[in-house]
Design a protein around this ligand. Sequence first.
Ligand SMILES: Nc1nc2c(ncn2[C@@H]2O[C@H](COP(=O)(O)OP(=O)(O)O[C@H]3O[C@H](CO)[C@@H](O)[C@H](O)[C@@H]3O)[C@@H](O)[C@H]2O)c(=O)[nH]1
Length: 369
Amino acid sequence: MSTAPQSSDSNGSRPDTVLVTGAFGLVGAATVRRLLDEGYRVAATDLDVPANRRVARKLGDPHLSAHWADLTDPNQVDDLISTVAPTAIVHLAGIIPPQCYRHPGLSRAVNVDATASLLRAAGNLAAAPRFVQASSIAVYGPRNPHRHNDILTPDTPIRPVDVYGTHKAEAEALVRAAPLEWVILRLGGVMTTTGGLAVNTDMLHFQAALPADGRIQTVDVRDVATAFAAALTTPAVREIFLIAGDSSHRQQQHQVRDSVAAALGLIDAFPPARPGNPDNDEAWFATDWVDTDRSHRVLAFQHHSWPDMLDEIRAKVGPLHHLLRPAAPLARVWLNWLSPYHGDHRTYADPWNAIRPRLGNSLTQPEQH
Ligand SMILES: Nc1nc2c(ncn2[C@@H]2O[C@H](COP(=O)(O)OP(=O)(O)O[C@H]3O[C@H](CO)[C@@H](O)[C@H](O)[C@@H]3O)[C@@H](O)[C@H]2O)c(=O)[nH]1
Protein backbone atom coordinates (compact mmCIF):
# COMPACT_ATOMS: atom_id res chain seq x y z
CA MET A 1 0.00 0.00 0.00
CA SER A 2 2.83 2.44 0.66
CA THR A 3 6.53 2.70 0.13
CA ALA A 4 8.84 2.04 3.05
CA PRO A 5 9.92 5.08 5.06
CA GLN A 6 13.48 6.28 4.58
CA SER A 7 16.03 4.46 6.68
CA SER A 8 17.32 5.77 9.98
CA ASP A 9 20.21 8.11 10.61
CA SER A 10 23.06 7.09 12.88
CA ASN A 11 21.21 8.23 15.99
CA GLY A 12 18.77 5.41 16.21
CA SER A 13 16.31 3.28 14.36
CA ARG A 14 13.44 5.01 12.67
CA PRO A 15 9.99 3.67 13.53
CA ASP A 16 8.17 2.05 10.63
CA THR A 17 4.55 2.82 11.46
CA VAL A 18 3.79 5.62 13.89
CA LEU A 19 0.39 5.61 15.57
CA VAL A 20 -0.77 9.17 16.31
CA THR A 21 -3.75 9.53 18.66
CA GLY A 22 -5.85 12.72 18.63
CA ALA A 23 -4.46 12.90 15.10
CA PHE A 24 -6.91 15.41 13.68
CA GLY A 25 -6.82 17.98 16.50
CA LEU A 26 -4.67 21.10 16.48
CA VAL A 27 -1.37 19.46 17.46
CA GLY A 28 -2.37 16.15 15.85
CA ALA A 29 -2.92 17.46 12.33
CA ALA A 30 0.38 19.39 12.38
CA THR A 31 2.22 16.35 13.74
CA VAL A 32 0.73 13.99 11.15
CA ARG A 33 1.71 16.46 8.40
CA ARG A 34 5.24 16.65 9.75
CA LEU A 35 5.64 12.88 10.04
CA LEU A 36 4.33 12.35 6.49
CA ASP A 37 6.77 15.01 5.24
CA GLU A 38 9.58 13.14 7.00
CA GLY A 39 8.61 9.95 5.18
CA TYR A 40 6.91 8.01 7.96
CA ARG A 41 3.94 5.75 7.51
CA VAL A 42 1.28 7.17 9.84
CA ALA A 43 -1.71 5.41 11.37
CA ALA A 44 -3.90 8.24 12.60
CA THR A 45 -6.64 7.68 15.14
CA ASP A 46 -9.33 10.04 16.34
CA LEU A 47 -13.05 10.16 17.10
CA ASP A 48 -15.32 9.59 14.13
CA VAL A 49 -16.92 13.04 13.89
CA PRO A 50 -17.43 15.16 10.74
CA ALA A 51 -14.79 17.75 11.71
CA ASN A 52 -12.14 15.04 12.10
CA ARG A 53 -13.14 13.41 8.79
CA ARG A 54 -12.68 16.80 7.08
CA VAL A 55 -9.15 17.17 8.50
CA ALA A 56 -8.33 13.59 7.49
CA ARG A 57 -9.48 14.27 3.91
CA LYS A 58 -7.38 17.45 3.79
CA LEU A 59 -4.29 15.58 4.97
CA GLY A 60 -4.99 12.73 2.50
CA ASP A 61 -1.76 10.92 1.68
CA PRO A 62 -0.95 7.38 0.50
CA HIS A 63 1.16 6.86 3.65
CA LEU A 64 -1.70 7.89 5.95
CA SER A 65 -4.38 5.54 7.24
CA ALA A 66 -7.27 6.75 9.43
CA HIS A 67 -8.54 4.52 12.24
CA TRP A 68 -11.71 5.77 13.92
CA ALA A 69 -11.73 4.78 17.57
CA ASP A 70 -12.96 5.92 20.95
CA LEU A 71 -9.95 5.46 23.21
CA THR A 72 -12.09 5.49 26.35
CA ASP A 73 -13.23 1.99 25.31
CA PRO A 74 -10.43 -0.47 26.21
CA ASN A 75 -11.70 -2.99 23.62
CA GLN A 76 -11.36 -0.44 20.83
CA VAL A 77 -7.84 0.36 22.08
CA ASP A 78 -6.89 -3.34 22.00
CA ASP A 79 -8.27 -3.70 18.45
CA LEU A 80 -6.47 -0.56 17.30
CA ILE A 81 -3.09 -1.58 18.71
CA SER A 82 -3.26 -5.13 17.41
CA THR A 83 -4.39 -3.95 13.95
CA VAL A 84 -1.74 -1.25 13.58
CA ALA A 85 1.08 -2.92 15.56
CA PRO A 86 2.91 0.44 15.72
CA THR A 87 6.63 0.74 16.23
CA ALA A 88 5.99 4.08 17.99
CA ILE A 89 3.00 5.87 19.48
CA VAL A 90 2.56 9.64 19.68
CA HIS A 91 -0.24 10.03 22.22
CA LEU A 92 -1.98 13.37 21.69
CA ALA A 93 -5.64 12.49 22.30
CA GLY A 94 -6.85 14.68 25.11
CA ILE A 95 -9.50 16.97 26.50
CA ILE A 96 -8.02 20.41 27.11
CA PRO A 97 -9.22 23.55 28.95
CA PRO A 98 -11.88 24.77 29.09
CA GLN A 99 -13.78 21.62 27.94
CA CYS A 100 -12.06 19.46 30.57
CA TYR A 101 -13.51 21.72 33.29
CA ARG A 102 -17.05 21.27 31.97
CA HIS A 103 -16.51 17.49 31.70
CA PRO A 104 -14.10 16.34 34.44
CA GLY A 105 -15.28 12.71 34.17
CA LEU A 106 -14.60 12.61 30.44
CA SER A 107 -11.29 14.36 31.04
CA ARG A 108 -10.22 11.56 33.38
CA ALA A 109 -11.46 8.89 30.96
CA VAL A 110 -9.50 10.36 28.03
CA ASN A 111 -6.50 12.00 29.66
CA VAL A 112 -5.77 9.25 32.21
CA ASP A 113 -7.67 6.01 31.62
CA ALA A 114 -7.15 5.93 27.82
CA THR A 115 -3.42 6.46 28.42
CA ALA A 116 -3.44 3.42 30.72
CA SER A 117 -5.28 1.34 28.10
CA LEU A 118 -2.83 2.33 25.37
CA LEU A 119 0.19 1.52 27.54
CA ARG A 120 -1.28 -1.85 28.50
CA ALA A 121 -2.09 -2.77 24.89
CA ALA A 122 1.30 -1.52 23.68
CA GLY A 123 3.00 -3.67 26.30
CA ASN A 124 1.30 -6.76 24.85
CA LEU A 125 2.94 -6.31 21.44
CA ALA A 126 5.89 -8.57 20.63
CA ALA A 127 8.13 -5.48 20.37
CA ALA A 128 7.14 -2.67 22.70
CA PRO A 129 6.77 0.63 20.80
CA ARG A 130 8.34 3.90 21.88
CA PHE A 131 5.69 6.01 23.61
CA VAL A 132 5.75 9.79 23.20
CA GLN A 133 3.31 11.46 25.58
CA ALA A 134 1.78 14.92 25.18
CA SER A 135 1.70 16.59 28.57
CA SER A 136 1.42 20.20 29.65
CA ILE A 137 3.01 22.98 31.65
CA ALA A 138 -0.28 22.85 33.62
CA VAL A 139 1.25 20.11 35.83
CA TYR A 140 3.20 22.85 37.66
CA GLY A 141 0.01 24.52 38.91
CA PRO A 142 -0.68 28.25 39.39
CA ARG A 143 2.35 30.53 39.00
CA ASN A 144 2.34 33.95 40.64
CA PRO A 145 5.00 35.97 38.75
CA HIS A 146 5.38 38.27 41.77
CA ARG A 147 6.46 35.24 43.85
CA HIS A 148 8.43 33.18 41.31
CA ASN A 149 11.46 34.84 39.80
CA ASP A 150 12.64 31.55 38.36
CA ILE A 151 11.44 29.94 35.15
CA LEU A 152 10.15 26.36 34.89
CA THR A 153 12.54 23.47 34.29
CA PRO A 154 11.80 19.74 34.07
CA ASP A 155 13.04 19.52 37.68
CA THR A 156 10.68 22.17 39.09
CA PRO A 157 8.36 20.24 41.46
CA ILE A 158 4.93 19.69 39.99
CA ARG A 159 1.90 20.89 41.96
CA PRO A 160 -1.22 20.55 39.81
CA VAL A 161 -4.43 21.99 41.23
CA ASP A 162 -6.86 21.95 38.32
CA VAL A 163 -8.56 19.07 36.52
CA TYR A 164 -6.31 19.36 33.47
CA GLY A 165 -2.97 19.57 35.27
CA THR A 166 -3.94 16.82 37.72
CA HIS A 167 -5.01 14.41 34.97
CA LYS A 168 -1.93 15.17 32.87
CA ALA A 169 0.29 14.54 35.92
CA GLU A 170 -1.45 11.20 36.54
CA ALA A 171 -0.94 10.24 32.90
CA GLU A 172 2.75 11.16 33.14
CA ALA A 173 3.11 8.87 36.17
CA LEU A 174 1.56 5.97 34.20
CA VAL A 175 3.91 6.55 31.28
CA ARG A 176 6.99 6.78 33.51
CA ALA A 177 6.11 3.48 35.19
CA ALA A 178 5.60 1.61 31.90
CA PRO A 179 8.21 -0.92 30.76
CA LEU A 180 8.91 0.72 27.39
CA GLU A 181 10.94 3.58 25.94
CA TRP A 182 9.12 6.82 26.68
CA VAL A 183 9.56 10.53 26.09
CA ILE A 184 7.27 13.14 27.67
CA LEU A 185 6.77 16.59 26.14
CA ARG A 186 5.22 19.25 28.40
CA LEU A 187 3.75 21.85 26.04
CA GLY A 188 3.48 25.60 26.63
CA GLY A 189 0.80 27.78 24.98
CA VAL A 190 0.28 26.23 21.55
CA MET A 191 -0.66 28.79 18.87
CA THR A 192 -1.36 28.61 15.15
CA THR A 193 -1.39 31.10 12.28
CA THR A 194 -3.95 29.14 10.29
CA GLY A 195 -7.06 28.97 12.47
CA GLY A 196 -7.88 25.67 14.13
CA LEU A 197 -7.81 27.01 17.69
CA ALA A 198 -11.19 26.17 19.20
CA VAL A 199 -12.39 29.74 19.69
CA ASN A 200 -15.90 29.54 21.13
CA THR A 201 -17.78 31.38 23.86
CA ASP A 202 -16.48 29.06 26.60
CA MET A 203 -12.92 29.73 25.45
CA LEU A 204 -13.45 33.52 25.36
CA HIS A 205 -15.09 33.44 28.80
CA PHE A 206 -12.19 31.39 30.16
CA GLN A 207 -9.55 33.61 28.52
CA ALA A 208 -11.16 36.73 30.02
CA ALA A 209 -10.83 35.22 33.50
CA LEU A 210 -7.03 34.88 33.30
CA PRO A 211 -4.80 37.45 35.00
CA ALA A 212 -3.55 39.94 32.40
CA ASP A 213 -0.01 39.80 33.77
CA GLY A 214 0.22 36.00 34.07
CA ARG A 215 3.27 34.72 32.23
CA ILE A 216 2.87 32.37 29.28
CA GLN A 217 5.39 31.09 26.76
CA THR A 218 3.69 30.42 23.47
CA VAL A 219 4.89 28.11 20.69
CA ASP A 220 3.96 27.64 17.03
CA VAL A 221 2.10 24.37 16.48
CA ARG A 222 4.48 23.53 13.60
CA ASP A 223 7.39 23.70 16.04
CA VAL A 224 5.49 21.44 18.43
CA ALA A 225 5.05 18.97 15.56
CA THR A 226 8.79 19.12 14.87
CA ALA A 227 9.46 18.33 18.53
CA PHE A 228 7.15 15.28 18.45
CA ALA A 229 8.83 14.02 15.27
CA ALA A 230 12.28 14.45 16.85
CA ALA A 231 11.13 12.61 19.98
CA LEU A 232 10.58 9.49 17.87
CA THR A 233 14.27 9.01 17.23
CA THR A 234 16.09 10.88 19.98
CA PRO A 235 18.46 8.70 22.00
CA ALA A 236 17.38 10.79 25.04
CA VAL A 237 14.61 8.45 26.19
CA ARG A 238 12.95 8.36 29.62
CA GLU A 239 13.27 12.12 29.73
CA ILE A 240 10.82 15.01 30.12
CA PHE A 241 11.20 17.99 27.77
CA LEU A 242 9.62 21.44 27.99
CA ILE A 243 8.30 22.61 24.64
CA ALA A 244 7.87 26.35 24.06
CA GLY A 245 9.00 28.95 21.57
CA ASP A 246 12.14 31.11 21.65
CA SER A 247 12.50 34.18 23.92
CA SER A 248 10.18 36.23 21.66
CA HIS A 249 7.39 33.91 22.88
CA ARG A 250 7.82 34.94 26.54
CA GLN A 251 4.73 37.07 27.05
CA GLN A 252 1.99 38.09 29.41
CA GLN A 253 -1.52 36.74 28.82
CA HIS A 254 -2.92 40.09 27.67
CA GLN A 255 -0.12 40.56 25.12
CA VAL A 256 -0.95 37.28 23.38
CA ARG A 257 -4.62 37.97 22.83
CA ASP A 258 -4.20 41.71 22.12
CA SER A 259 -1.49 41.15 19.51
CA VAL A 260 -3.39 38.35 17.75
CA ALA A 261 -6.55 40.48 17.71
CA ALA A 262 -4.59 43.45 16.30
CA ALA A 263 -3.01 41.24 13.62
CA LEU A 264 -6.52 40.22 12.58
CA GLY A 265 -7.54 43.88 12.35
CA LEU A 266 -9.53 43.79 15.58
CA ILE A 267 -7.48 46.50 17.28
CA ASP A 268 -8.49 47.03 20.93
CA ALA A 269 -11.28 44.46 20.59
CA PHE A 270 -10.49 42.98 24.01
CA PRO A 271 -11.48 45.05 27.03
CA PRO A 272 -8.60 45.50 29.50
CA ALA A 273 -8.03 42.31 31.49
CA ARG A 274 -7.64 42.30 35.26
CA PRO A 275 -4.20 41.95 36.82
CA GLY A 276 -3.47 38.99 39.08
CA ASN A 277 -3.33 39.42 42.84
CA PRO A 278 0.35 39.64 43.89
CA ASP A 279 -0.61 38.44 47.42
CA ASN A 280 -2.57 35.35 46.38
CA ASP A 281 -0.41 32.55 44.96
CA GLU A 282 -3.39 30.39 44.00
CA ALA A 283 -5.36 32.89 41.94
CA TRP A 284 -3.19 32.52 38.86
CA PHE A 285 -3.42 30.24 35.84
CA ALA A 286 -1.03 27.29 35.41
CA THR A 287 1.35 28.78 32.86
CA ASP A 288 4.79 30.38 33.06
CA TRP A 289 7.98 30.92 31.12
CA VAL A 290 10.15 27.86 30.67
CA ASP A 291 13.77 26.89 30.21
CA THR A 292 14.00 25.39 26.71
CA ASP A 293 17.80 25.19 26.43
CA ARG A 294 17.99 21.42 26.70
CA SER A 295 14.82 20.63 24.75
CA HIS A 296 15.91 22.84 21.89
CA ARG A 297 19.43 21.35 21.91
CA VAL A 298 18.09 17.77 21.76
CA LEU A 299 14.94 18.21 19.66
CA ALA A 300 15.90 21.33 17.59
CA PHE A 301 12.32 22.49 17.13
CA GLN A 302 12.22 26.32 17.52
CA HIS A 303 11.81 27.84 14.07
CA HIS A 304 8.92 30.32 14.26
CA SER A 305 9.29 33.48 16.36
CA TRP A 306 6.25 35.31 17.74
CA PRO A 307 6.73 38.38 15.46
CA ASP A 308 6.96 36.03 12.45
CA MET A 309 3.71 34.35 13.47
CA LEU A 310 1.96 37.72 13.73
CA ASP A 311 3.32 38.71 10.29
CA GLU A 312 1.91 35.49 8.85
CA ILE A 313 -1.49 36.14 10.40
CA ARG A 314 -1.49 39.68 8.96
CA ALA A 315 -0.54 38.37 5.53
CA LYS A 316 -3.27 35.71 5.61
CA VAL A 317 -5.96 38.18 6.69
CA GLY A 318 -4.85 40.59 3.95
CA PRO A 319 -7.41 43.18 2.85
CA LEU A 320 -10.06 41.62 5.14
CA HIS A 321 -8.16 43.52 7.85
CA HIS A 322 -9.89 46.74 6.70
CA LEU A 323 -13.33 45.15 6.97
CA LEU A 324 -12.64 43.72 10.43
CA ARG A 325 -11.31 46.96 11.85
CA PRO A 326 -14.71 48.71 12.19
CA ALA A 327 -16.05 45.58 13.91
CA ALA A 328 -13.61 45.96 16.81
CA PRO A 329 -15.77 48.28 18.98
CA LEU A 330 -18.74 45.91 18.65
CA ALA A 331 -16.54 42.92 19.44
CA ARG A 332 -15.35 44.78 22.52
CA VAL A 333 -18.90 45.24 23.83
CA TRP A 334 -19.66 41.54 23.25
CA LEU A 335 -16.38 40.35 24.82
CA ASN A 336 -16.97 42.60 27.82
CA TRP A 337 -20.39 41.02 28.28
CA LEU A 338 -18.90 37.51 27.97
CA SER A 339 -16.29 38.18 30.68
CA PRO A 340 -16.92 36.48 34.02
CA TYR A 341 -16.02 39.82 35.64
CA HIS A 342 -18.80 41.68 33.81
CA GLY A 343 -20.50 43.98 36.34
CA ASP A 344 -18.02 43.10 39.10
CA HIS A 345 -15.72 45.98 39.97
CA ARG A 346 -13.10 44.28 42.14
CA THR A 347 -9.47 44.93 41.24
CA TYR A 348 -7.84 41.55 40.80
CA ALA A 349 -8.52 38.50 38.67
CA ASP A 350 -9.74 35.39 40.51
CA PRO A 351 -9.73 32.87 37.65
CA TRP A 352 -10.77 29.58 39.27
CA ASN A 353 -13.72 31.12 41.14
CA ALA A 354 -14.66 33.32 38.19
CA ILE A 355 -15.20 30.44 35.76
CA ARG A 356 -16.99 28.18 38.28
CA PRO A 357 -20.59 29.37 37.59
CA ARG A 358 -20.30 28.66 33.86
CA LEU A 359 -17.76 25.83 33.61
CA GLY A 360 -18.07 24.09 36.98
CA ASN A 361 -15.40 23.42 39.58
CA SER A 362 -12.12 23.25 37.67
CA LEU A 363 -10.07 22.35 40.74
CA THR A 364 -9.07 18.97 42.13
CA GLN A 365 -7.11 20.48 45.03
CA PRO A 366 -8.59 23.00 47.46
CA GLU A 367 -7.38 26.55 46.93
CA GLN A 368 -5.51 28.04 49.88
CA HIS A 369 -6.77 31.62 50.08
N1 LIG B 1 -9.41 8.59 19.39
C1 LIG B 1 -9.80 9.45 20.34
N2 LIG B 1 -9.48 10.74 20.20
C2 LIG B 1 -9.90 11.58 21.15
C3 LIG B 1 -10.62 11.17 22.27
N3 LIG B 1 -10.89 12.27 23.01
C4 LIG B 1 -10.35 13.32 22.38
N4 LIG B 1 -9.76 12.92 21.26
C5 LIG B 1 -9.13 13.77 20.25
O1 LIG B 1 -7.99 14.42 20.77
C6 LIG B 1 -7.75 15.57 19.94
C7 LIG B 1 -7.31 16.73 20.82
O2 LIG B 1 -7.08 17.82 19.99
P1 LIG B 1 -7.42 19.33 20.39
O3 LIG B 1 -8.67 19.38 21.19
O4 LIG B 1 -7.31 20.16 19.15
O5 LIG B 1 -6.26 19.68 21.40
P2 LIG B 1 -4.74 20.02 21.06
O6 LIG B 1 -4.54 21.50 21.19
O7 LIG B 1 -4.27 19.35 19.85
O8 LIG B 1 -4.10 19.35 22.37
C8 LIG B 1 -2.83 18.81 22.34
O9 LIG B 1 -1.96 19.55 23.18
C9 LIG B 1 -2.29 19.54 24.57
C10 LIG B 1 -1.23 20.38 25.30
O10 LIG B 1 -1.24 21.67 24.86
C11 LIG B 1 -2.32 18.11 25.09
O11 LIG B 1 -2.72 18.11 26.45
C12 LIG B 1 -3.32 17.28 24.28
O12 LIG B 1 -3.27 15.94 24.75
C13 LIG B 1 -2.97 17.36 22.81
O13 LIG B 1 -1.75 16.73 22.57
C14 LIG B 1 -9.06 15.88 19.18
O14 LIG B 1 -8.88 15.63 17.80
C15 LIG B 1 -10.05 14.91 19.80
O15 LIG B 1 -11.04 14.46 18.89
C16 LIG B 1 -10.93 9.78 22.40
O16 LIG B 1 -11.57 9.32 23.34
N5 LIG B 1 -10.49 8.96 21.40
